[in-house]
Design a protein around this ligand. Structure first.
Ligand SMILES: NC(=O)c1ccc[n+]([C@@H]2O[C@H](COP(=O)([O-])OP(=O)(O)OC[C@H]3O[C@@H](n4cnc5c(N)ncnc54)[C@H](O)[C@@H]3O)[C@@H](O)[C@H]2O)c1
Length: 252
């Protein structure tokens, strides 16, 4: 029996990096996957690859910062597959390592709206559906930047700490009603997140001062396997917590 047979999983930011790896792995484990991201052509590539290898997937264009898009994403999942068993709030953006005195309102609002508002909108709509079903697993992709102060700039760090707080609150609130909510805190992972980055030199210098203790970079499929564990019943007693997946970096 596959681990997510007949389960419906929404994954945001699923056209690249960890989200893409999760979409492929969850589909291979029998899930109906909603592939949500910004660009139709990139979404189509992931959906086509999944269906070609015998999996089930459906694409939705969704800017997670837009509440209407999030509603459409959740409605589409229900209309297409009837249930919502797994929600992965994965879409996220970096902040170019800006220290607080140089963070513009625009940068602050952009990062917070994608990294925090998006997961909030999605959780607010997913929870009532999961309550009705009596089951559901929510996975928020945080970061070790959500646990410590020096892995990114001020707003990314704030956003991921906020996501960890949301995770713990949801996990405890609905713990007796069949819903689990956990976060993954990846360390450095080889994805496209750094593409087009234009780092603030001071902030980057401060944040990379601890790089020598990073054992290695991770790969997207290693995070996908961690997410699969949290999505399926293997983690039935794991709730309201943050799982670091960083090769041991923060153990230093
Ligand atoms: N790569 C790392 O080292 C690392 C470390 C810790 C945490 N993370 C987190 O992992 C998550 C996934 O990032 P990744 O590394 O796979 O990056 P990635 O850039 O490869 O993928 C992120 C995806 O999110 C999408 N996205 C961005 N803004 C969006 C929006 N507003 N609405 C919908 N989709 C949007 C992008 O189009 C992209 O497809 C992010 O939340 C990131 O903060 C990454």
């Amino acid at each position: 029996m596959k681990k997510l047979e007949n389960k419906t999983a929404i994954i945001t930011g699923a056209a690249s990096g960890m989200g893409k790896a999760m979409a492929q792995l969850f589909a291979a484990e029998g899930a109906n996957v909603i592939v949500a991201d910004l660009k139709q052509n990139e979404i189509d590539e992931v959906v086509n690859a999944i269906t070609k290898s015998g999996g089930k997937a459906h694409g939705v264009v969704c800017n997670v910062a837009n509440e209407t898009d999030i509603k459409n994403m959740i409605d589409t999942a229900i209309a297409k597959y009837n249930t919502l068993d797994v929600l992965v709030n994965n879409a996220g953006v970096m902040d170019d390592f800006f220290p607080v005195d140089q963070v513009s309102n625009e940068l602050w609002n952009r990062v917070m709206s994608i990294n925090v508002n998006g997961p909030f909108y999605a959780c607010r709509l997913a929870v009532p559906i999961m309550l009705k079903q009596g089951s559901g697993s929510i996975i928020n992709i945080a970061s070790i930047g959500g646990l410590y102060g020096s892995r990114a700039g001020a707003v990314y760090t704030t956003s991921k700490h906020a996501l960890v707080g949301l995770t713990k609150n949801i996990g405890f609130m609905y713990a007796q009603q069949g819903i689990r909510c956990n976060a993954i805190a990846p360390g450095g992972v080889n994805t496209n997140i750094g593409k087009g980055m234009n780092p603030n030199q001071f902030g980057y210098g401060r944040c990379t001062s601890g790089m020598a203790s990073m054992p290695r970079m991770g790969e997207a499929d290693e995070i996908a396997k961690t997410a699969l564990f949290l999505a399926c019943n293997d983690s039935s007693f794991v709730n309201g917590t943050v799982l670091t997946a960083d090769g041991g970096w923060v153990a230093y």
